[in-house]
Design a protein around this ligand. Structure first.
Ligand SMILES: [Zn+2]
Length: 170
């Protein structure tokens, strides 16, 4: 296998896609007035057309919000497919299972002092038993964390068995 050409590297492809969407959103919202012609590089004699800063910021924030919701959806789908919180932690680049769950449900405290009232479970449909599972995170016995598996769900039983092995409670 040869090296991936630089313009096909994932981060560069993602940036190009986001730039395209940002430009589309700015055009939709502001038309030609949303763009400015700037030198292609400092001192350049020719220009390129770029979104103006404020419309670009508005569009980038929207892209960020949508992308964050896609991340949460993908986490739920991965849980449904059988990935553990610990496996997701590695994918997400966070320290441990608990941190992966925090990514999925968002910050515990929104700063307004009523985090206690926030619903912090996540939901997914178990790909093994078909049950709609309420997932309260990786904080103890799987039976306490996950409700909604069908009786005798093989995945849930395996999770419980692994938990008991880990805590040495045969
Ligand atoms: Zn299940």
């Amino acid at each position: 296998m040869g090296e991936v050409p630089q313009h096909e590297q994932p981060a560069i492809l993602a940036a190009a896609g986001v730039d395209r969407v940002v430009a589309e959103l700015v055009d939709r919202a502001d038309g030609p007035g949303g763009f400015a012609d700037v030198p292609a590089y400092p001192g350049a004699s020719y220009t390129r057309r770029v979104p103006r800063p404020v419309p670009a910021l508005r569009a980038a924030l929207l892209v960020r919000t949508v992308a964050a919701s896609r991340v949460r959806d993908a986490i739920r789908n991965a849980r449904a497919a059988g990935e553990s919180w610990a496996e997701l932690a590695e994918l997400l680049g966070v320290a441990d299972a608990e941190a992966a769950y925090e990514v999925a449900v968002g910050p515990a405290d929104d700063g307004a002092g009523w985090a206690w009232s926030r619903h912090r479970d996540t939901y997914w449909r178990c790909s093994t038993c078909g049950g709609l599972v309420t997932d309260a995170g990786p904080y103890g016995h799987p039976s306490d964390n996950e409700s909604g598996h069908a009786d005798g769900c093989a995945r849930h039983r395996a999770d419980i068995a692994a938990y008991l092995v880990r805590w040495n409670e045969p």
